[in-house]
Ligand binder design. Structure first.
Ligand code: SPV
Ligand code: MG
Length: 546
């Protein structure tokens, strides 16, 4: 079910009543738990038969009321929760006398079950196909009282009570079947289920001929399965129940799979024979939960991904990057990229996509997703980011493969709620003094106690660090929210389509300028230090103490 409100459809009780009373033949498919109920619904069935045989079998018990009625109720509740179509529960004999029946009806209504079928046998019952002839039938007046009690107990006027006649099963013949059906009709039953264990439909056809249309008639052709459905349709039956076929087919599959795995001690021969776990997640409704998490979880509880741009060589490191890109140069016995990945992981960011380019075969770290910018020699950062567009599908932090950082920087980005957020180092003068090329920025206000309390916005990028209006240095981090990721993704597509040559020359500051030009504000988080842009051999040495 979607997290959004959906239109209220007819009550399940009303739906079931309609299925049983409409002129057109209807079909109920058996289910015995939430999963099989969903399977029945997805196949297109309009209603479910909560089979006593299948539910007891699935619970590993016999169809002799070994499972208590409240245990059955639990199963039915899962089935009702999992589906929108109505359930007619096989309520056996009503699990006791008229009083048990009253309570059963009320509880079924409370649990979202649309109707119940009770059979005129004695508690504890036995399945109709096991020594049917030897089965005693209930006293007609006692059973009629049970039906009346059930009908008077129901709160919802459309709750359906079906009276099941076992006269043919017990070998009593047509006259007894008609007498019982009539008594149950007079007691208020909504329909008659006429059961038969013959291989042909003779008994139920004979009954229907005599009975006419006094009440709708439901049938269960488990034994006379070879009868064409049109025979039932032409005879004017109301509903056909396919009573146990999901349980039986799953048993076939489970027996085969268990035997195969036990024999092989390997999964190789079964994997292609069973549904994927992805299919299991689909039917469980995992996608809805993902959507709901986006709607209801606070932002910091949201999964954040990272995209690390690491396509360039880093010529400024000379010999160090002859055989490997800068991101794979070691600092403290580990590649720079390993330090970056560890810092991200410590902040709970596990889904990390790295854009490779120069010497891509040198990226030997595992646990990272790689995408390639094979045109790295003729393109810039934005073209690399475009290669990772698929990763821009939720809150994402984009950063560089040569920037080391303390984890609080990432934590602050994760906790920020704005759609576009950048980190700016207010100690920018240090960079300027070291003569590095840096992305200096002008922000809506300089770092100060007041800035801490207000929301500072990015105004522009400049290359001249001596300009009077410079307030810091961009550290290469951009966080985009779910919405920001969508905007960025669309912008990348559009810019590339508009002018590929210009696009290929674009750096991240150019992209951020476009973001601002489109009317989106970019929030600035000030920090002071605690990051290192490795762009010289000296930095590699400094990094050892970072
Ligand atoms: C059931 O499905 O549990 C039924 C139908 O009651 S039958 O098994 O044919 O009795
Ligand atoms: Mg049954």
């Amino acid at each position: 079910m979607s997290a959004q409100k959906t239109a209220v459809s007819a009550r399940k009780t009303t739906q079931l009543k309609h299925l049983i009373t409409r002129p057109e033949l209807s079909f109920l498919m058996e289910a015995h738990n939430g999963l099989s109920a969903k399977v029945a619904e997805e196949a297109g069935f309009e209603g479910i038969w909560g089979s006593g045989l299948s539910i007891s079998a699935a619970l590993g018990t016999r169809d002799n009321n070994e499972a208590s009625w409240t245990q059955v109720l639990e199963v039915v509740e899962f089935m009702a929760d999992a589906t929108r179509i109505p359930i007619l529960l096989d309520g056996d004999t009503g699990y006791g006398n008229f009083n048990s029946m009253r309570r059963l009806v009320r509880k079924l209504e409370q649990r979202g079950c649309a109707g119940v079928c009770i059979e005129d046998k004695i508690f504890p019952k036995t399945n109709s196909f096991i020594r049917g002839n030897a089965q005693p039938l209930a006293d007609i007046a006692e059973f009629a009282g049970k039906i009346r009690a059930g009908k008077e107990a129901q709160v919802d006027c459309d709750f359906v009570i079906v009276a099941r006649v076992e006269a043919f099963i017990a070998g009593w013949g047509l006259e007894e079947a008609l007498k019982r059906a009539e008594a149950y009709r007079l007691a208020g039953a909504d329909a008659i289920l006429m059961h038969s264990a013959l291989r042909s439909p003779t008994e139920i056809l004979a009954f229907k001929k005599e009975w006419g249309d006094r009440l709708p008639v439901v049938i269960v052709p488990t034994k006379y399965y070879s009868t064409p459905t049109d025979v039932f349709r032409d005879a004017g039956f109301a509903t056909v129940i396919w009573a146990n076929h999901l349980m039986r087919s799953s048993l076939t599959a489970m027996q085969k799979t268990a035997k195969q795995i036990h024999g092989d001690l390997s999964l190789l021969n079964v994997e292609s024979e069973v549904v994927s776990v992805a299919e299991v997640f689909r039917i469980q409704g995992e996608a809805e939960l993902e959507q709901a998490e986006k709607l209801y979880l606070p932002k910091h509880g949201m999964t954040t991904r990272a995209v690390v741009l690491a396509a360039s060589r880093g010529v400024e490191l000379g010999e160090l990057t002859k055989d490997k890109p800068k991101a794979m140069v070691n600092i403290k016995d580990q590649p720079i990229l390993a330090h970056i990945a560890n810092s991200y992981r410590e902040c709970g960011v596990k889904d990390i996509t790295v854009v490779r380019g120069y010497k891509k075969e040198a990226f030997t770290l595992t646990g990272l997703a790689y995408v390639d910018n094979d045109a790295f020699e003729n393109t810039q950062e934005v073209a690399s980011l475009a290669k990772a567009k698929a990763a821009l599908s939720g809150q994402t932090i984009v950063s560089y493969g040569d920037v080391l950082f303390k984890k609080y920087i990432v934590q602050e980005l994760i906790e920020s709620s704005e759609d576009f957020v950048v980190c700016v180092d207010a100690n920018w003068r240090e960079s300027r003094n070291r003569g590095r090329t840096a992305d200096f920025v002008v922000c809506s206000e300089p770092n100060s106690k007041r800035a801490f309390l207000s929301t500072v916005q990015l105004v522009d990028f400049v290359t001249d660090g001596d300009r009077g209006d410079v307030t810091g240095e961009w550290m290469g981090f951009l966080k985009v929210s779910l919405k920001g990721a969508e905007v960025l993704s669309a912008l990348l597509t559009r810019l590339e389509a508009e002018d590929a040559v210009r696009f290929n020359a674009m750096k991240m500051p150019d992209l951020l300028r476009h973001v601002m030009k489109e009317g989106h504000s970019v929030r600035v988080l000030y920090t002071t230090g605690h990051w290192l842009d490795v762009d010289s051999v000296d930095d590699v040495i400094i990094g050892a103490n970072f």
